[in-house]
Design a binder for this molecule. Structure first.
Ligand code: NAD
Ligand code: ZN
Ligand code: ZN
Length: 361
C-alpha cells in the first residue's frame, strides 16, 4: 500500500521550501524504502530551490542521508530489512560504456527508484540527485544503499552521501593529490573542508585554505589547513604563490564554482598543475580568458562529480578511517535540526554560520 509521510519540497523557483505530505509508492522489484535517520543540508539543495540545476519543480530536497532499510522489493538482494545504510547517487549500472571500460565513476546510466514519489494530488516529485531524503522515508534503488557499520552516528555517516565524499574525492581521486604536494582549496564550506581533509589523508605538504569568511578559515585548520588566505583582502593568486615559493600549488580545488574562483584556481597553480572544479556553476556563468594561457600553463583541468567516488568502495573505507580517529567526520556537523528548519538552514549556510546543518529524526 502506498504510504504517506512528511517531506520537504521546493515548489517553485526561489519560493521558500515547505514541509508537506508526500506519497511513497509500493517499491518495484529492485526498490527499497529507507527510514531516514539523518540528512545533511548541502549547497546543492539550495541550487535546486533557486532553479540553478534544472526546472523540474517540484523537487523533493535532501540527498546526504543515512537511515535504515525498512521495506525491500521482491527481487532485492543487495540489502536487507534492518540494514544501516548511507544513500548514494551513484548506483553504477555495470553495463554502460564507462562501466565496461573500467571507469564506473563516469557511469551514465546509474540506478534510481522505478517510480516517483508524489504529492497527495498525484503530482510527481523530482527527488534531488535521485534521492529526496528530507523526508521521514524515501524510495530508492537497492544499489543506492551502501551498507555501513550500524554503530556510526547517522548524522555523521550520512554526510558521506554527498558533500563530504565529493570534497575528499576531489582531492584524493580527481586531483590525485600525493605525498608532499602543495594544495590550495578555494571555498571552505563542507565540500572545501572535506577536500582539505582529503589532501591531508593523501599526504599533502602545504595545504592552503581560502575563503572570504574568517570563521571558515579557522574551521579549515581543524581539517588540516597549514595556511589560510582571506579572499576578501588582497590578491588570492599572489598569496598562493607567496606560500608556495613563488610557484603556485600543485593542485588547486575550486569548491565554490564561479568564474572568478575558477580563474584563481587556474592562475594559482604551478606550471602543469591540476585544477579541480568541484563547486557547481549555474548555467548562466561564462568564462572568458586568453586561450594562450591554457596552452602555456599546461597541466590538467578537471571537474569532480561526486569526487569520482565509488560508494561501495569508499563509504565503508572512510567510516573506518573516521572510527580510527584519522578523519574528523563529526566536525562537519555544526547543528542538528528538525525537518521544518531546512529554510533556516539555507539562511545559516548563506551567512556562513554552519558547515553542515543536519536534519535528524
Ligand atoms: N561536484 C559535486 O559532486 C558536488 C557535491 C556536493 C556539492 N557540490 C557543490 O560544491 C559547492 C560547495 O558546497 P558547500 O555545501 O560546501 O557550500 P557552502 O555554502 O557550505 O560553502 C561555500 C563556501 O565558499 C565560500 N565562498 C563563497 N564565495 C567565495 C569566493 N568568491 N571566494 C572564496 N570563498 C568563497 C563561502 O564563504 C563558503 O564558506 C556548491 O557549489 C555545491 O553545489 C558539488
Ligand atoms: Zn554504467
Ligand atoms: Zn550535495
Amino acid at each position: 500500500m502506498p504510504e504517506t509521510v512528511r517531506g520537504v519540497i521546493a515548489r517553485a523557483q526561489d519560493a521558500p521550501v515547505e514541509t508537506v505530505d508526500i506519497v511513497i509508492p509500493d517499491p518495484g522489484p529492485h526498490d527499497v524504502i529507507v527510514r531516514v535517520q539523518a540528512c545533511g543540508v548541502c549547497h546543492t539543495d539550495l541550487h535546486y530551490r533557486e532553479g540553478g540545476i534544472n526546472d523540474e519543480f517540484p523537487f523533493l530536497l535532501g540527498h546526504e542521508a543515512a537511515g535504515v532499510v525498512e521495506t525491500v522489493g521482491s527481487a532485492v538482494t543487495h540489502v536487507a530489512e534492518g540494514d544501516a545504510v548511507v544513500l548514494n547517487w551513484r548506483a553504477v549500472c555495470g553495463e554502460c560504456r564507462a562501466c565496461r571500460r573500467g571507469r564506473p565513476w563516469y557511469c551514465f546510466d546509474t540506478h534510481n527508484a522505478s517510480a516517483p514519489m508524489t504529492l497527495t494530488d498525484g503530482t510527481a516529485l523530482t527527488p534531488a540527485l535521485g534521492i529526496g531524503a528530507f523526508a521521514d522515508k524515501t524510495l530508492v534503488h537497492e544499489k543506492q544503499c551502501t551498507k555501513i557499520d550500524p554503530e556510526t552516528d547517522p548524522a555523521v555517516s550520512g554526510l558521506l552521501g554527498c558533500g563530504v565524499m565529493a570534497g575528499i574525492g576531489a582531492a584524493m581521486n580527481t586531483g590525485a593529490v600525493s605525498r608532499g604536494d602543495s594544495v590550495a582549496v578555494i571555498g571552505c564550506g563542507g565540500v572545501g573542508d572535506a577536500a582539505i581533509a582529503g589532501a591531508r589523508l593523501a599526504g599533502a605538504g602545504t595545504i592552503i585554505a581560502i575563503d572570504r569568511d574568517p570563521r571558515k578559515l579557522e574551521w579549515a585548520k581543524d581539517f588540516g589547513a597549514t595556511h589560510t588566505i582571506d579572499a576578501s583582502t588582497g590578491d588570492v593568486v599572489e598569496q598562493i604563490k607567496e606560500l608556495t615559493d613563488g610557484f603556485g600549488a600543485d593542485v588547486v580545488i575550486d569548491a565554490v564554482g564561479r568564474p572568478e574562483t575558477w580563474q584563481q584556481a587556474f592562475y594559482g597553480r604551478d606550471l602543469a598543475g591540476t585544477v579541480v572544479l568541484v563547486g557547481v556553476p549555474t548555467p548562466d556563468m561564462k568564462l572568458e580568458m586568453p586561450l594562450i594561457d591554457l596552452f602555456s600553463h599546461g597541466g590538467s583541468l578537471k571537474s569532480s562529480w561526486y569526487g569520482d567516488c565509488l560508494p561501495e568502495r569508499d563509504f565503508p573505507m572512510l567510516i573506518d578511517l573516521y572510527r580510527q580517529g584519522r578523519l574528523p567526520l563529526d566536525r562537519f556537523v555544526t547543528e542538528r535540526i528538525g525537518i521544518d528548519e531546512v529554510e533556516q538552514a539555507f539562511t545559516a549556510m548563506g551567512e556562513g554560520r554552519v558547515l553542515r546543518s543536519v536534519v535528524v529524526w
